[in-house]
Ligand binder design. Structure first.
Ligand SMILES: [Zn+2]
Length: 702
């Protein structure tokens, strides 16, 4: 059509007239594509036709070896230019002015996407590149041809759209009736008639029911996982793809899996469609988004059998929403990036390779970080992988940073940089010489071509080809030269050098400045460090990876077991043992401090240290000792005397009963009352009935 008259009735140039010497000087590119691998294998005939186009190009005057075939996109979809290397190569060739003609079976199929297609047309017009397909030859600078090509592209895109719409329309119609056959979650199956049934496998049914029952009982997905884990139960999964598609496998239940089951309306016997939406991103990758329930395309409750009722499903959703809010709100309470843990977000577990999280412990008003690997705990109710106290680790990393960002180390770095710059200058000279040489060759070839008799076509053509080759070599050399210049242009001058050195002396000042917040320090860490891998053996090893790939290994002493940390003289333990007969933990701490004794690493005794030492060294607590001596609890006393517990305490306070404090909150155990037990005696004041006086705790110093 484009060859004789076109749609608008105006005469168009014939094919022969469109091809000029300027076109023939450049190469022709044949773009071969089949959408799918299936087509590549089955539709060989079309591939044959595509290669046959090569002959058309030869007929128009191109030499066979100057018709290049671009076929690396075989098996790629034409819907987007992203990821289609061949198409991109084609565009590059056209835009560099190296293509005299572009060939394709149906050229509009070069790009199924109108934007890509229009861009190619625009480039072809600018570079004066012809387009050839089975229908004819087009010149993009010719208005009629351009119009026709544009239409072809639009039609091609429309065709794709109709194809999809027809497909999707059919799917939607079926979905609206709830008859669309889609993948069912484990526990549900289609029978021969295409109806949804519970899986006849009783084990599968029980596992699914147990998930719902446990959630009903506990109200938490995590607790459900914990229960399965404690009981050693597994959960089924039906393989959706691969060699064993359709087969059933059993594995550990994870939190995400429980959530998947709870959120899936099909377990409540409801049919749904359009719960997710797929979008293609700029990079050509597809992303799946969840759609809010109001916007689902189809939702039919009571469509088939299920494991729970629709009402229970709704209730589950409500509970999950609530706990999600609670979690979210809780998280918002403590700002995520606060706290002193220097390595928050950059620590990696050296055992399992997962990211470690930070926990804080508060002791005497200060926060102490701890790095924990708890992925398995959260997701599978498993065990803590490893936990490491953060203080020493943070200190080691801070020390490393101060060392690395020091004037000396930067001096070395700058010297290396300078050395590289000198090398670069040498290489630069070499490359410049290469360009000069290519220029000389090209000039020579040009002269030879100009000198030859133009009527001697055979020689002229050969010389022209030679000249072209020389020019191409020159262009390549120039491009290479430019590329390297841009890449290696980092020569540091004195001014930059001074700035860098100033920064290095500033760094320790900034780091140690009390006005620098934890948050700022963490930002500094993140600027310099990619990640830190922690692993604990007899020491804690820190593998620090800096931005840019340099690594450093540090070690800090492993935290020793608590008993060793409080390594303590045996006589202190003996003294404690003796004191426990008479005193509470706090009183013992006071007495030991007064005697000038110290717990292992120095400092003073506190009630909690005494309690901990007592447990470590297996000393009987004061409570146990008093009980062993036959003392009664407040309940037992109340029972014995047939009075209430408040009266027991009141009588003890008034001195009618003898009691001994077993802790520092003045909780007491009582001496059995004996034969002359006090009895209720209305009318007499308790103070007048006092029988015992309580021994006051007097410290030894007095
Ligand atoms: Zn781990």
């Amino acid at each position: 059509m484009a060859d004789s008259t076109n749609v608008l009735g105006t005469p168009s140039k014939t094919a022969g007239m469109k091809v000029t010497a300027a076109h023939l000087k450049r190469d022709a590119f044949l773009y071969v594509r089949q959408s799918t691998l299936h087509q590549v294998l089955q539709n060989t005939e079309s591939t044959q036709r595509q290669y046959a186009l090569q002959q058309r190009a030869v007929a128009l005057g191109w030499q066979m070896d100057r018709v290049h075939v671009i076929d690396c996109d075989l098996g790629q979809s034409g819907a987007s230019a992203a990821d289609r290397e061949g198409f991109q190569q084609l565009v590059t060739e056209v835009s560099l002015g190296r293509a005299g003609m572009v060939l394709g079976l149906e050229v509009s199929r070069l790009a199924r996407n109108s934007a890509d297609w229009q861009r190619l047309l625009e480039l072809c017009a600018l570079a004066d590149t012809l387009i050839l397909d089975e229908d004819g030859l087009y010149d993009c600078n010719d208005f009629n041809d351009r119009l026709l090509l544009g239409l072809k592209g639009t039609l091609s895109e429309a065709e794709l759209h109709f194809l999809r719409a027809r497909l999707r329309g059919g799917i939607l119609n079926k979905a609206r009736r709830g008859e669309l056959i889609g993948p069912l979650p484990v526990g549900l199956l289609y029978d021969e008639a295409g109806r949804v049934r519970l899986d006849p496998d009783q084990q599968v049914q029980q596992a699914v029911r147990l998930v719902f029952e446990t959630f009903r009982r506990t109200g938490s997905a995590f607790a459900t996982v914990q229960y399965f884990h404690q009981e050693g139960l597994q959960f089924p999964r039906r393989l959706r793809t691969g060699l064993h598609k359709g087969e059933l496998t059993w594995g550990d239940l994870g939190t995400w899996r429980v959530l998947q089951v709870l959120h899936n309306p099909r377990y409540a016997g409801a049919f749904f469609f359009g719960r997710t939406r797929t979008r293609t991103g700029l990079d050509g990758n597809q992303r799946t988004q969840l759609v809010p329930r109001e916007d689902w395309l189809v939702l039919i409750p009571h469509a088939h059998v299920g494991y729970i009722t629709w009402e229970e499903y709704e209730e589950n959703q409500r509970r999950l929403r609530e706990s999600a809010q609670a979690q979210g709100a809780e998280r918002r309470k403590s700002p995520p990036r606060e706290g002193p843990a220097l390595l928050q977000g950059v620590v990696i577990c050296g055992v399992c390779g997962r990211r470690m999280t930070v926990r804080y412990h508060e002791r005497q008003g200060r926060l102490y970080p701890e790095y924990v690997c708890q992925h398995d705990v959260v997701n599978h109710a498993g065990r803590l992988c490893q936990r490491l106290p953060g203080q020493a680790i943070d200190a080691a990393v801070a020390q490393l940073l101060l060392e690395i960002v020091s004037p000396v180390s930067l001096e070395v770095a700058l010297a290396v940089q300078q050395e590289i710059a000198v090398r670069q200058a040498e290489v630069d000279t070499l490359r410049a010489q290469q360009v000069a040489r290519a220029q000389y060759e090209a000039d020579l070839a040009g002269q030879r071509y100009r000198r030859v008799d133009p009527n001697n076509r055979l020689v002229a053509d050969a010389l022209e080809a030679e000249w072209n080759a020389a020019l191409r070599a020159l262009q390549a050399a120039q491009q290479e030269y430019e590329r390297f210049r841009q890449k290696g242009g980092l020569i540091i001058d004195e001014e930059v050098r001074a700035q860098v050195m100033a920064l290095s002396t500033d760094f320790p000042r900034v780091w140690n400045d009390p006005h620098t917040t934890d948050h700022d320090r963490k930002r500094l860490v993140r600027l310099l460090i990619e990640d830190v891998t922690l692993i604990r053996t007899h020491v804690v090893t820190l593998q620090v990876r800096f931005r840019g790939g340099a690594t450093r290994t540090l070690t800090v002493p492993a935290p020793c077991p608590i008993g060793q940390r409080w390594a303590i003289a045996p006589e202190v333990i003996q003294a404690m043992d003796a004191l426990l007969n008479e005193h509470t933990d706090q009183q013992i701490a006071t007495i030991l401090n007064e005697r000038g004794l110290h717990p292992g690493k120095g400092g003073a005794f506190t009630n909690s240290i005494v309690a901990r030492l007592r447990r470590i060294h297996g000393l009987k607590s004061r409570y146990e000792r008093l009980r062993a001596a036959g003392m009664l609890t407040v309940e037992e006393m109340a029972q014995t005397l047939a009075i209430d517990e408040q009266t027991v305490k009141a009588w003890h306070k008034a001195g009618l009963l003898r009691g001994y404090a077993y802790n520092d909150k003045n909780c007491c155990l009582y001496e059995p009352p004996g034969p002359d037990a006090p009895a209720k005696c209305q009318g007499r004041k308790l103070t007048q009935r006092r029988r015992f006086t309580e021994p006051e705790f007097v410290s030894e110093r007095l």
